[in-house]
Design a binder for this molecule. Structure first.
Ligand SMILES: Cc1cc2nc3c(=O)[nH]c(=O)nc-3n(C[C@H](O)[C@H](O)[C@H](O)COP(=O)(O)OP(=O)(O)OC[C@H]3O[C@@H](n4cnc5c(N)ncnc54)[C@H](O)[C@@H]3O)c2cc1C
Length: 398
């Protein structure tokens, strides 16, 4: 058993953990990241790559609540549940339903909008600092509405974003066509976020960030923390082959953070929204920017040398294997948009760390500032990584 002592330990080497470690290191702290796998190989690898500063609306809304039963029970819907997981997920679902009520939804939207307000700027800065600017694209992002009814039904969302100052343009079907000529004609219209930026290779971003962290002096330990407990002068973590003592700890283990928080006496209603992607290798993807056909609940993402089709939500916990049916539905729906798509080159499933209110947990633990929580980022963890790092840094500096 190797013994290690450090100033700060970060549990989890996803985008949240590594961005936080980098920031703490630039504050002059000694930092160790504990991660059992290649850093950035969890949810931070397989996402859609959008810096979604426009995504102020939580997953739980009054409209979703109205259709919740039919959405969940249809195994092919963009928001489905594995029936076997229902009993374990019931408490989370009850909280989710509550957080979807009008007053909670309004409050959650306001908290998310606040967190997202400078997300693009913060990423532009961080990307320049770590040498990842060439992996950024700035062609905006496009939502598609298949029918006039769907376009009309989204009017309150358009207004809400406008009220929060999100830059957006409503597009007619013809305008959608001239922006993305290879898309089939939609009858409803489009919503264009002209200032949105996106990464063209999230996995590569993680490799570049890991290398920058190592250059800055962050140490990475390949191990998985099994127990965590407070001692008189700090926090003790036991991992398979290491005993690690730190003055302070950041829990950034994504969807796996709930058990660690519980060991410190805090019950956090964290679960996972499982997401999937398919990739099609090709030189020139058929879209110029991330495009979201809203009725399918996924993004078509132009990435380096490939098209990635990423998204949808499956509630099913972190234990169950990937569900082939979800991949079949993703493929069938992707082919509804681009019928000539061949067989996918690869597929992936990952765990969004999700709170019922879609608001991440970024705060000191109730037991003290020696443990800081930084998890639960759901659909916007890539977007919020620099902001989270800044918040954790000020918590630990106080
Ligand atoms: C299909 C899909 C599309 C998405 N698209 C977007 C998007 O376009 N924009 C956006 O902003 N977000 C998007 N997201 C969400 C985003 O990917 C996540 O919110 C984000 O990656 C979460 O980062 P994380 O570091 O918290 O978690 P992770 O990347 O999962 O990292 C957590 C790490 O903790 C490690 N770990 C777990 N347990 C332990 C332990 N006991 N000890 C040590 N280490 C441990 C794991 O191995 C893992 O590497 C998407 C997600 C999915 C699934």
């Amino acid at each position: 058993m190797d013994k290690l002592t450090t100033d700060i330990a970060v549990i989890g080497g996803g985008v949240i953990g590594v961005a936080t470690a980098l920031r703490l290191r630039s504050d002059g702290r000694d930092v160790v990241v504990i991660e059992p796998n290649k850093p950035g190989s969890g949810a931070s690898y397989g996402n859609a790559g959008t810096i979604a500063d426009y995504a102020i609306i939580p997953v739980g809304t009054p409209a979703v609540l109205k259709n919740l039963a039919s959405l969940l029970l249809n195994a092919d819907s963009p928001l489905s549940i594995r029936k076997a997981a229902l009993p374990t997920l019931f408490p989370w679902l009850m909280r989710f339903a509550y957080e979807s009520l009008p007053h909670r939804y309004r409050d959650n939207t306001s908290r998310i909008a606040d967190l997202l307000s400078d997300a693009s700027w913060e990423w532009l800065e961080l990307a320049a600092e770590i040498g990842a600017s060439d992996l950024l694209s700035a062609k905006g992002c496009l939502y598609l509405y298949q029918t006039p009814e769907a376009f009309k039904a989204a009017a309150s969302d358009f207004e809400l974003r406008r009220n929060y100052g999100v830059a957006q343009q409503l597009l007619t079907p013809d305008e959608v066509q001239s922006l993305e000529p290879r898309l089939p004609q939609v009858r409803g219209g489009g919503l264009f976020f002209p200032k949105a930026i996106n990464f063209t290779d999230p996995g590569q971003v993680m490799s570049v960030m890991e290398a920058a962290a190592k250059r800055a002096g962050v140490e990475f330990v390949r191990d998985s923390v099994t127990t965590i407990s407070r001692e008189r002068d700090g926090v003790r973590m036991m991992a398979s082959a290491h005993s690690i003592h730190a003055r302070a700890v950041v829990i950034a283990a994504g969807a796996h953070s709930r058990g660690l928080a519980l060991q410190l006496g805090e019950r956090v209603p964290l679960d996972t929204e499982r997401g999937y992607h398919l990739e099609f290798d090709m030189e020139t993807p058929p879209v110029e920017r991330p495009v979201c056909p809203t009725h399918h609940g996924f993004y078509l993402c132009p990435m380096r040398g490939r098209l990635r089709v990423a998204g949808t939500v499956e509630l099913g916990g972190i234990g169950a294997p990937s569900n082939p049916r979800r991949l079949e539905v993703l493929l069938a729906n992707a082919r509804k948009v681009f019928p000539t798509l061949g067989e996918p080159s690869r597929s992936w499933m990952g765990f969004r760390p999700s709170m019922p209110d879609s608001v991440p947990v970024i705060r000191p633990s109730r037991g003290g500032r020696d443990v800081v929580f930084a998890f639960g980022h759901g659909h916007i963890g890539l977007t919020l990584a620099p902001r989270t790092a800044r918040m954790v840094s000020s918590i630990l500096a106080a």
